[in-house]
Design a binder for this molecule. Structure first.
Ligand code: NAG
Ligand code: NAG
Ligand code: NAG
Length: 534
């Protein structure tokens, strides 16, 4: 029995580490090359590995059971003569056969048994598991996955009760999450200062604890006392001290310390992580992302635009104008299936975690504002296979045909892939900078976005100022001007983002048309609202 003081110290330690407690026990740096959140193929490997590890575990239990079985037999065999001697020991020991047997047995058999008992059971399975830990998901993967669900919960306004039932943004998903999953979500919401949501998840975690799995929770290092403590702490942050007290009193090993814990929580208020480390997910963006948002009916109609190039006279594209100011259009059925699979094939090996360009620092940085993978085509390090060039040229020609704009031969495109929870906060595509990034070709005058697949749920492109949502649908192309026609003023109405993907992935190909490439077809006036290019 531990003295009270050390129980308190222990609780304190638990409390300090409550946030990272569960994860820290499963620390591994493994498989940095895998993208378990973004890539379903990589997740498939995890699923298959899980299946393999379960069958390994079953083999392990069989090995142990075999050993138990042998030991039970052994005990039974050894007990027969000794049972027979019960009550007539004198007679037993005067029999020479029994005497011989006893002495031989007491010399050899127990020594042999000791050797057998020492033999590790299931060593092969233990080694197999150890070997496979290299292929497990890392702590960073687990954090990324938790953050992905956080974004879905936040953007689509999902209640903890709905997540637990599998209901997200009006769609019923199969399957559920466990008490430990709920604890992870509660912990993340707590860290980010969303105590109300955290308390909801923690309460569900407690509700989902299944008494028949207590021994499993022990192995997993999951203690319900941690959930109770974190829940009480959330309630203190929400100024609900009485509820916090009731929560602590409800746990047998916390009840005696409840007043001390309450004082501690009240005196050491939680410092939430800096806003910079959280995605923006503004309410305006969230609202439009939700399925409850419908674009305003517009009187704009579809027509075949066959005016820009001779190509379009032969193959007119169905064009839909979504907005006239700023000018935003969608072209339908632009790409063939073969073109789509070819561009994905070229880009797939070049994908890396996307970053955000920081104009002041003149470099790109990994950011929570954007959670996707990206690949430059062609890539900057010439890693792209030369067989991709004709396709790149074909895409650039298609852009020229659609938009009537001039496209530089050295134009880069970027393939962007969003996995579940993958998003891009509201942003502008232009840089508004006099620095290096815009010196050669000017700023990004227009954006062309090819949608390469259907995101089954979520993943729309949204223009918050225009209250406009564009679902990600395979084969269509979104085109808009980031500058105003006459003046080339940067158009702040083009602020846009990408909603978190819920189901499936979203793959797009982006191309930014440069201002100075248009010099001879669109005369530039002196722009009024930005940094000048000197
Ligand atoms: C749930 O499972 C059923 C049967 O397997 C399937 O038909 C249905 O499409 C699934 N629902 C979702 C949202 O995945
Ligand atoms: C065709 O598209 C171009 C570029 O988007 C546009 O300037 C032109 O007005 C369109 N023509 C028609 C008939 O809509
Ligand atoms: C561009 O930057 C300049 C200088 O910082 C600022 O005055 C202007 O408002 C910015 N323009 C836009 C459209 O953000």
């Amino acid at each position: 029995m531990l003295p009270l003081a050390s129980v308190h110290v222990l609780l304190l330690i638990l409390l300090v580490f409550a946030s990272a407690a569960f994860q820290s026990q499963t620390e591994t740096i493994s498989n940095p090359s895998k993208e378990f959140v973004t890539s379903k193929a990589d997740r498939m490997e995890l699923l298959l590995l899980d299946r393999e590890l379960i069958s390994n575990l079953v083999q392990y239990t069989e090995e142990l059971q075999n050993k138990v079985h042998v030991l039970q037999r052994f005990a039974m065999a050894m007990s027969i003569p000794i049972e027979a001697a019960k009550g007539r020991e004198e007679e037993y020991l005067s029999n020479p056969l029994h005497s011989f047997r006893l002495i031989r047995h007491m010399h050899e058999d127990w020594r042999q048994l000791e050797k057998f008992m020492r033999q590790p059971g299931g060593q092969d399975q233990i080694n197999f598991l150890k070997e496979k830990t290299m292929e497990l998901a890392s702590r960073e993967d687990a954090e990324d996955a938790t953050e992905a669900i956080y974004r879905i919960v936040r953007t689509y306004d999902v209640q903890a009760a709905d997540i637990v039932q599998g209901l997200i943004d009006g769609v019923q998903y199969n399957g559920s999450i466990s008490a430990i999953d709920c604890f992870s979500l509660g912990t993340l919401h707590f860290q980010w200062g969303e105590y109300d949501k955290a308390a909801q998840f923690l309460s569900f975690s407690l509700e989902m604890v299944e008494p028949e799995y207590y021994s499993v929770y022990d192995v997993l290092g999951f203690a319900s006392s941690e959930v109770f403590m974190l829940l009480a702490r959330c309630l203190v942050e929400m100024d609900l001290e009485d509820d916090a007290r009731t929560t602590l009193m409800a746990h047998p090993s916390l009840a005696d310390h409840s007043e001390r814990l309450l004082t501690l929580y009240t005196n050491t208020r939680h410092v939430q992580v800096s806003e910079e480390l959280k995605p923006d997910l503004t309410e305006q963006y969230n609202q439009i992302c939700r399925s409850s948002h419908q674009n305003k009916p517009s009187r704009l109609h579809c027509r075949y635009n066959a005016t820009t190039t001779p190509f379009l006279r032969l193959a007119p594209l169905r064009m839909e104008e979504l907005s006239l100011d700023p000018y935003i259009v969608v072209y339908h059925n632009v790409l063939s299936d073969a073109e789509i699979s070819e561009v994905v094939r070229i880009a797939e090996p070049l994908l890396v975690r996307s970053s955000v360009y920081i104009v002041e620092k003149e470099k790109s940085k990994k950011s929570t504002a954007r959670t996707s993978l990206g690949a430059w085509i062609p890539d900057h390090d010439d890693k792209m296979d030369v067989s991709g060039w004709p396709l790149v040229e074909r895409f650039l020609r298609r852009i020229r045909d659609m938009t009537g704009m001039k496209i530089n031969e050295q134009q880069y495109m970027q393939l962007i892939k969003y996995g579940f929870g993958g998003h891009y906060d509201l942003h502008f595509d232009y840089f508004n900078s006099t620095r290096k990034i815009t010196q050669a070709m000017g700023d990004r005058m227009a954006t062309v976005l090819f949608y390469l697949n259907d995101a089954r749920h979520g993943g729309s492109t949204v223009f918050s100022h225009l209250q406009l949502k564009v679902p990600s649908e395979r084969g269509k192309v979104l085109f808009w001007f980031n500058m105003r026609g006459e003046t080339h003023d940067l158009d702040t109405q083009t602020i846009h983002g990408s909603c978190p993907v819920i189901d499936g992935t979203k793959t797009v190909l982006s191309c930014w048309i440069k201002e100075l490439d248009q010099m001879f077809i669109r005369p530039t006036y002196r722009p009024g609202n930005r940094n000048f290019i000197s």
